[in-house]
Design a protein around this ligand. Structure first.
Ligand code: 3HC
Length: 293
């Protein structure tokens, strides 16, 4: 029988993780939302509050539904609270050792038939899976930012993922209102493999002063009909995250399209991480509370 996934866990309440918590809570799931300490947990809670406040102010959600939605999410810094989850989605920073450590721990906490998913955008899911005692129950479940808005999920199947696990997760993505696609375990999967060479190229144009940031973004928005320009999108994704993705893809594929433009690392070192820090390629009035670090 297919798993119903009524209670799910999300580990890591940064930009993606907090958005994923919202996706599940909006769709009626009980969510255990975990991060490493009280401050990070509080940021996750604030994200959900602000994001749903915005939906209420736009008339897209009633205050009663907002209260019910928020009531479905439990915020904690204790991984042990994940014990009753039928699915755990990990969305911590793109560091392989960190992810492996978390998977090894969670493997010993949840029930043997619970599914473990990683939201990694570029790291090898197979390597994360083999950090557990049961790699058959591990899949990739890659959401897109902003997760509550974008209706697409890449479900990554490794050579050992069990058929049932894969089918249940694909069905779950549909219940979340997302179109799932099946991909193999290759850095960047489909979307990031195509997107990040383009984003990196835009950054190089800006770095070489070939064109202004506004003109680069206008070219793609107005000239090509993209919803936002590449430098604004870098700010949305987060320059730290974008750097990690490019670096991983470059190390795996050695395609120079993915060799991170030097300015990205410099900006990250200077704390210019994009919307979440209040400044990236553009300056924002204040750090976007829905784009937590
Ligand atoms: N969280 C939740 N909801 C959000 C949101 C956020 N961060 N940002 C916008 N929204 C909602 C708004 O509330 C609004 O909802 P409504 O229609 O129900 O009222 C809707 O999205 C549209 O928002 P806006 O009217 O404010 O603005 P836009 O129409 O300009 O849309 C956008 C904003 C959805 C961000 C759009 O510009 C867009 O789709 N941009 C491209 C994003 C993209 O390419 N993402 C992929 C990045 S790559 C990735 O995520 C992979 C990972 O591995 C890094």
């Amino acid at each position: 029988m297919a798993r119903d996934f009524s209670t799910v866990g999300v580990i890591g309440l940064g930009t993606m993780g907090a958005g994923i918590v919202e996706v599940f809570a909006r769709n009626g799931f009980d969510v255990i939302a975990v991060d490493v300490d009280d401050a990070a947990v509080e940021r996750g809670r604030t994200h959900l509050q602000h994001s749903t406040d915005r939906a209420v102010s736009r008339g897209k959600l009633t205050p009663e539904d907002q209260a019910a939605l928020i009531g479905r999410a439990t915020f904690t810094s204790d991984l042990g609270d994940l014990k009753d989850c039928q699915l755990v989605v990990e969305a911590v920073p793109e560091q392989l050792d960190l992810k492996k450590e978390i998977f090894a721990k969670v493997d010993g906490i949840v029930a043997p038939d619970a599914v473990l998913a990683t939201n990694t955008s570029s790291l090898p899911v197979t390597e994360i899976a083999v950090a557990t005692n049961n790699p058959k129950r591990v899949v990739g479940m890659h959401f897109f930012n902003p997760a509550p808005v974008l209706k697409f999920v890449e479900v990554v199947r490794t050579v050992v993922t069990e058929d049932e696990v894969f089918e249940d997760v694909t069905g779950l993505a549909q219940r979340l209102g997302k179109q799932p696609v099946v991909v193999g375990d290759k850095a960047g999967f489909i979307a990031n493999a195509l997107l990040f060479g383009y984003l990196n190229h835009a950054v190089s144009m800006f770095e070489s002063r070939y064109a202004s940031r506004e003109d680069i973004d206008a070219a793609m928005r107005l000239g090509c009909g993209y919803p936002m320009g590449p430098l604004a999108l870098m700010d949305l994704i987060g320059l730290d995250t974008a750097y990690e993705i490019l670096d991983t893809m470059y190390k795996q594929g050695r395609d120079r399209l993915h060799a991170p433009s030097p300015i990205i690392k410099q900006m990250v070192s200077a704390g210019l991480k994009g919307r979440k820090s209040g400044r990236g390629f553009y300056t924002y009035a204040e750090p976007d509370s829905s784009q937590v670090a």
